[in-house]
Every structure is written in structure tokens, then in C-alpha cells.
Design a protein around this ligand. Structure first.
Ligand code: HSC
Length: 694
């Protein structure tokens, strides 16, 4: 047995087997050290007369998650991944790869260039580059199309979808399913190759069957999609070259990859990927979390039911609490329905569903929460109701229980003050439907202790939520910013644009739905109640648009009543509500407004500038830890277009100086609303960016 070592790649010779062992935690990303190591290892093992077959496998949790994302945007260092992949494919001695954990992007491309692939059960394989605004740039589009049928290849390349090992075997992406530790499977694979039991072949020498109709259908599908993302379209173009000799096709693929590297979509999508992970860095993250194995959820409305479902799905034992046995049973039935739908969608097995249901109980007796680790109160947004519940919980719950409130705007300090243990009280602001939406705002009040915050983080991780730390203010990070920029849509409507034009301009920009359509979906009565609540504190100088109030006075609350800004019939399409058009005209006339419609571009500019302004204040005041936390809130809770990276990532695209200039222009009409936030001004003066503050 011979042995040589580099930091990230080791070789080992066991009998006639030459092993290349990847060891670059946490996910064997193919950074420079790994790329150099693989090329050196191949050369060493090819030169070793004892070696008859070479097998690559990974240590840790995966064979490889692909190219090292942190190297993107920096000067590329040799060898490039396409060169590594080429060295594997052209190796004199046969090379197999053992796949475990995940084989993604460049990680899968290494496997595709190998002469045989053995996957461990449960391995996930995929080319997710499009989700980062890229395409597979190390031969993925060329070799996948040679191994599996074109339709399947195009689907995987353009969707970024992952398949498990069993499916990969079925479609011809891997040759065998292995059992045991990656190292044992690697030794067996080498032996099988030597004995002729595992066939090897050079993928690049196979022929890809290119059907132009399949390519055209895929192009058309992605051309039609809104927002129109360029990565899948370019990926199809790359795949169209797969009938050419491998070196030629791979070169054209690489050129398209490099083109995408320069695109703003790529920057935004990678920022979104990082945002999901960056938010885990809380100042309190190092504290020892308290237990969170059992929970009580108070309130069996949509929110409580969603929260209870999310907890059950995470393996937490839940008691759902309501004011009567009947209501508690209804809530339980609604949770059962959510779990049934998870089974239907293939997210949960029937066995797992039965196990989860066995850990659900419903009660109308608050004392049943005496022994739970965590309570989440999700009742009506009324401070008096909430404080009464917390006073009772204080008497009932065991010492050390975490007491969470799902309030979306009330002062968590006031709620905490209702107890003798404010240190255990934290805001846990879920987004509806809570078992689907990934965002959880963790609202840290003045006295909340670090271990309570760490418990919220641990619970969020268990529920696969994106937890974002927020300070206390009306609406916390998300709803506070929303309350500010949403007014712009009403101002645009009052001043002369139609609500359809505002919606359409913002949908063309990238939002799934414009603000008026969203209002109809959420229920216009919700905004109405908020406006009434805020009326006493509304500054006299603030412009107030009464259109939505008039719509609500007619009992038109949007989709749930069949009409709001739009009319909703049986079909999914929306028709502008002529009565609302009339209301708009009446309000304009009564206020003496001469309608003046602005361009789509200006609609987007005003809306985004308002959003960025309030987001900037939220960072400046320390409500959000960093700009990237604001981005995460909008990406995971408010449907912000992922390719735009979040409001403050988008702000850097526009530039602080330009944003300040826009605010100054708009302020000429409405100096109360349009004010330059001092942080934005500072960035403009110093030529800085929000990215510098992350
Ligand atoms: C690619 O491969 C391009 C190639 O086609 C061609 C390029 C060559 C062209 C050259 C032309 C000249 N890199 O998510 P987690 C980190 S594009 C660096 O928390 P999980 C992650 O940030 C790539 N780091 O764990 C985190 O760091 P932190 C295509 C990466 O178990 C830590 O690992 N590949 C990384 O929930 C743990 O990650 C993808 O898109 C990477 N590639 O999920 C896969 N991947 O601890 C992206 C992860 O500091 N990755 N990290 O926060 C994933 O989907 C998930 O991370 C996993 C693990 C499913 C791998």
C-alpha cells in the first residue's frame, strides 16, 4: 500500500486499486486545491505500474457540491474544472467515481467524465447551475445528453431538479447502486472493473441524439416564462451543441457559461443563495439552546394550524389549543388535512404522517401546556388578548419554557412585560401558510436572553426555515418596509395610473403579482384594519389615499368575496372591476387631481426606491443586523424576485447616488414621504454599497 497526501486530495494504492480521496469540508467544493489535487493524483496513479483501476470518492457528507461558489468573480486559476474533467476522461487507466450525499453541478460533471459511476442509495444528483444563473460549464450539457435521453437531460439541466440514485440508475445516469461506506464501495468498484464486472466507457465518445423539436419546445417554454431568465435558455443552446465532437461542444458550452458569469441575474441568484445561509450568523448563535421537542400552539386559525403543521413536520410533539373542544378538534382536523396534502405532494410518507399525527393533540385547557418546551401564541392581533394569555402562561408553564408570540407588529416588550419572566419571551413571526413559507422573523426584545434566541434558531433549523433576527419596531423588518413602499402604489393610482398598469409594470419587472392583485389575494380587509389602527398616529402631512377604504366599504375584500380591484369568476383570470375604476375617478375628481400616468419604468423606480429607502432605515436603526438580512426577509417571505437578489442587493445595482437623486426628484412633489435616509446618503457620498455592510 502506497500513500501520498495533499491537504484536500489524497491518493492511496490498495492492491491494484488506485484511490483518489477528496477531503475539502464541508461539501468537497471543487476549489483550486481540489482541482490541482485531482490532476496530480491522476498523473501519479496513471504512472504507478501496480494500479489497474482508479476510483474517486469523497470523505465527509458528499462526493461534491460542485464548483466553489466563493471563487466566482475572482481571477480563474489553473487548472480549470473543464481541464480537470478532461484529465479524468482522457486518463489512460479507467476511472470510476463513487457518488454519495450529493453530486451537484461541477461535482456531477466530474462523475459524468468518469468511465463508470456507482452511487450510494439516497445520493442526490443534479445540475443546479441554472438556479445560480449559470449553466453547467464543465461539460455537463454535453455529457448528460450523451448518457440519458434528450428530454430528460434538458429537463434536468434547465430546471436544476435533483434525482435520487434509484432514479439515476433508471435513466442511465449511473451504472450501479453501491452499499456501504464510500471507501468500501470504491475498493469494490476498482475490483469489479479489473474483473470485468463493471463496464467502463468514455462518455465523450458516445453519441448524443439531438432532436431539434425537443430543443425548440424547451426554448419556447423558457422564452414564455416571466421573469424571463436567460440561464435556462442558454443552457438549452449549450445542449444543442452536444452532437458535435466533445471538445468542440464543451468549448461552446464554456463560452456560454462565461457569458452568464457576467450577467446580473447570476449575481442576484448567488446573493440569494448566500442570504439563506448568512442569516444564521446571529450574535446569540453560540449560546446553548434550550429544549424544543414539545410545543404548544395557541390559536387554531390559519396561522396556528400552519405553525403546528410545520412543527409536526419537523418531528416536534404539538398540542394545539383553542377556546373550546369543538374549535380545538376543528384545528386538529385542519392540521390533518395539511399533512394529507403533504403526503399527496410526495413530501411525506404515509407511515411518517401516522407517526406525526400520533404526536399531535388538541385541547381547550391551557394547563395542558404546563410541561411543553416551547409555546407559540398565534391568536388575534390584540395586545389586551395577548397579554392576558401571557399572564396565564407565566403561571402555567414550566420554568425554562420558551414563550413565543407570533405577533406581526405588536411590541414584544409589552407582551414580555405581562410575565414575570420576560427573558423567556421572544417574537416568532411566521408567514402564512406557515408550513410552506420559509421565513421566520425572530424578534429579540429588550430582555430576551441569548439561549432563548438560540432556541428559536435551533427550532427554525429543525423546521428548515430561514430565520432572520429582527429588533422590535412596528411591523419588524418585513411588514414595516412593506407598509412604507405599499403606499407608493396607492399614490400612483391616485395620481393617474391604472391599478392594472401598476400591477403589470411590477410583474414585468419580476414580481409574481403586483401590489393590487396581492391585496385582493390577501384580503383587502386586512389592510383596512391596519389603516384604521394607525389612523390616530398618522401625521397630518401624510398623503392618505381613500380608494381602498371605499372598496372595502362595499364589502369587496378581494378574491374571497369574488371582487376587489379585480373581478374573480370561475376562471383564474382577473378582470378589472369597473366599479373600482369608477371609485378611482370619483376620488381623483373630489380631490381635484388632474390624472397624470407615469411610464412603467417610473412605476418600478418609485416602488423600488421607496422599498430601498425604508430598508435602509431598518438597517441604520439596527432593526436588521445587515443588509443581507433584509434581502433574506424579502426573498423568503415576500416573494421578491430571486434573480434580483433582494431589495438592498438590487439597490447596489442601481447605485446609492442614483437612488438619492431619485428621492430628491420625487420629494419635490411630496417632501414628507420622500426623504433621503442618512445611511443611503452616506453610501452615496462615499461611493459605498450595501454589500460593504454585510
Ligand atoms: C458549478 O458547479 C459550475 C460548474 O458547472 C462549472 C464551473 C466551471 C466552469 C469554468 C469555465 C472556465 N461552493 O447549504 P449548506 C457551503 S456551480 C462553495 O448550509 P446543506 C455553504 O455555503 C455550483 N461553498 O448545507 C455552507 O457554507 P457555510 C453548483 C458551498 O447540507 C456549507 O457549504 N452547485 C457550495 O443544507 C454547507 O452548505 C450548487 O449549486 C459550493 N458549491 O446543503 C450546489 N455548496 O457553512 C449548491 C455549499 O459557510 N449547494 N457550500 O454557510 C447546495 O445546494 C447545498 O449547499 C448542499 C448542502 C445541498 C450541497
Amino acid at each position: 500500500m502506497s500513500h501520498s497526501e495533499t491537504q484536500a486530495v489524497r491518493t492511496e494504492v490498495v492492491g491494484k486499486a488506485g484511490l483518489i480521496i477528496l477531503n475539502n469540508p464541508p461539501v468537497n467544493a471543487l476549489g483550486l486545491k481540489l482541482r490541482e489535487g485531482i490532476v496530480d493524483a491522476l498523473s501519479e496513479l496513471n504512472g504507478d505500474a501496480n494500479v489497474e483501476a482508479i476510483v474517486i470518492y469523497g470523505e465527509g457528507k458528499a462526493i461534491s457540491a460542485g464548483a466553489d461558489i466563493t471563487e466566482f468573480g475572482k481571477t480563474p486559476k489553473l487548472p480549470t474544472l473543464p481541464e480537470v474533467v478532461n484529465a479524468i476522461e482522457t486518463s489512460e487507466k479507467p476511472v470510476a467515481t463513487v457518488l454519495h450525499g450529493v453530486a451537484l453541478g461541477g461535482g456531477l460533471e466530474v462523475c459524468l467524465a468518469s468511465h463508470a459511476r456507482v452511487a450510494l442509495k439516497g445520493t442526490l444528483l443534479g445540475l443546479p447551475e441554472v438556479t445560480l444563473g449559470l449553466l453547467p460549464g464543465a461539460g455537463g450539457t454535453q455529457r448528460l445528453t450523451r448518457l440519458v435521453d434528450l428530454e430528460t437531460a434538458i429537463d434536468l439541466i434547465t430546471s436544476g431538479r435533483k434525482v435520487d440514485a434509484a432514479k439515476a440508475l433508471e435513466i442511465g445516469l449511473v451504472d450501479q447502486i453501491g452499499q456501504g461506506a464510500p471507501r468500501d464501495v470504491a475498493l469494490k468498484a476498482a475490483n469489479d472493473i479489473i474483473e470485468g464486472d463493471l463496464k467502463t466507457r468514455v462518455t465523450g465518445e458516445l453519441t448524443a441524439e439531438i432532436d431539434v423539436d425537443v430543443l425548440a419546445a424547451a426554448q419556447e417554454k423558457y422564452d414564455r416564462k416571466r421573469p424571463k431568465l436567460i440561464a435556462p435558455i442558454k443552457a438549452v443552446e449549450a445542449a444543442s451543441h452536444a452532437a458535435k465532437p466533445i471538445q468542440e461542444g464543451a468549448k461552446l458550452e464554456r463560452e456560454l457559461f462565461l457569458e452568464l458569469m457576467e450577467s446580473p441575474d447570476r449575481q442576484g441568484l448567488i446573493h440569494a443563495f448566500s442570504a439563506e445561509r448568512a442569516t444564521r450568523q446571529f450574535p446569540e448563535a453560540g449560546a446553548q439552546p434550550r429544549a424544543c421537542d414539545t410545543a404548544g400552539v395557541i390559536g387554531g386559525g390559519t396561522m396556528g394550524v400552519g405553525i403546528a403543521t410545520a412543527m409536526l413536520l419537523a418531528g416536534i410533539t404539538v398540542t394545539i389549543l383553542e377556546t373550546s373542544t369543538e374549535r380545538a378538534d376543528n384545528a386538529k382536523a385542519a392540521i390533518e388535512k395539511n399533512l394529507a396534502s403533504a403526503v399527496k405532494r410526495g413530501k411525506l410518507s404515509e407511515k411518517a404522517r401516522d407517526e406525526r399525527l400520533a404526536s399531535l393533540s388538541a385541547s381547550a385547557d391551557l394547563t395542558d401546556l404546563s410541561d411543553v418546551d416551547v409555546v407559540v401564541e398565534a391568536v388575534f392581533e390584540d395586545l389586551a388578548v395577548k397579554t392576558e394569555i401571557f399572564q396565564k402562561l407565566d403561571k402555567i408553564c414550566k420554568p425554562g419554557a420558551v414563550l413565543g408570540t407570533n405577533t406581526s407588529y405588536l411590541d414584544v416588550n409589552d407582551i414580555a412585560a405581562a410575565t414575570s419572566r420576560p427573558e423567556s419571551v421572544v417574537g416568532l413571526h411566521f408567514f402564512s401558510p406557515a408550513h410552506i413559507m420559509r421565513l421566520l422573523e425572530v424578534v429579540v426584545a429588550d430582555k430576551t436572553t441569548d439561549d432563548v434566541v438560540a432556541t428559536a434558531l435551533a427550532m427554525a433549523a429543525r423546521m428548515k426555515k430561514v430565520a432572520v433576527r429582527s429588533g422590535v419596531c412596528d411591523g419588524f423588518i418585513g411588514n414595516r418596509i412593506l407598509a412604507h413602499y405599499r403606499k407608493v402604489a396607492d399614490y400612483l393610482l391616485l395620481d393617474g395610473n391604472s391599478f392594472e398598469q401598476v400591477d403589470k409594470a411590477l410583474e414585468d419587472f419580476g414580481f409574481a403579482m403586483g401590489p393590487f392583485a396581492v391585496g385582493d389575494l390577501a384580503g383587502l380587509d386586512i389592510g383596512w384594519a391596519t389603516r384604521k389602527r394607525k389612523a390616530p398616529t398618522r401625521p397630518a402631512e401624510e398623503r392618505y389615499v381613500t380608494i381602498a377604504d371605499h372598496i372595502c366599504e362595499n364589502g369587496w375584500f378581494g378574491r374571497k368575496t369574488g371582487r376587489g380591484y379585480y373581478l374573480y369568476g370561475d376562471s383564474k383570470s382577473r378582470e378589472p372591476n369597473p366599479d373600482v375604476v369608477e371609485i378611482v375617478e370619483q376620488v381623483r375628481a373630489s380631490e381635484g387631481i388632474e390624472p397624470r400616468a407615469v411610464s412603467d419604468e417610473e412605476i418600478v423606480s418609485r416602488y423600488m426606491t421607496a422599498m430601498i429607502s425604508e430598508a435602509s432605515r431598518v438597517v441604520e436603526e439596527g432593526i436588521a443586523l445587515r443588509p443581507i438580512d433584509v434581502d433574506a426577509v424579502f426573498l423568503f417571505g415576500y416573494g421578491f424576485p430571486r434573480h434580483l437578489g433582494g431589495p438592498l442587493n438590487y439597490a447596489d445595482r442601481v447605485g446609492a447616488a442614483q437612488l438619492v437623486a431619485q428621492i430628491e426628484t420625487y420629494a419635490k412633489e411630496d417632501p414628507h414621504y420622500w426623504q433621503v435616509p442618512s445611511l443611503l446618503q452616506k453610501l452615496a457620498d462615499s461611493n459605498g454599497s450595501f454589500a460593504d455592510l454585510n
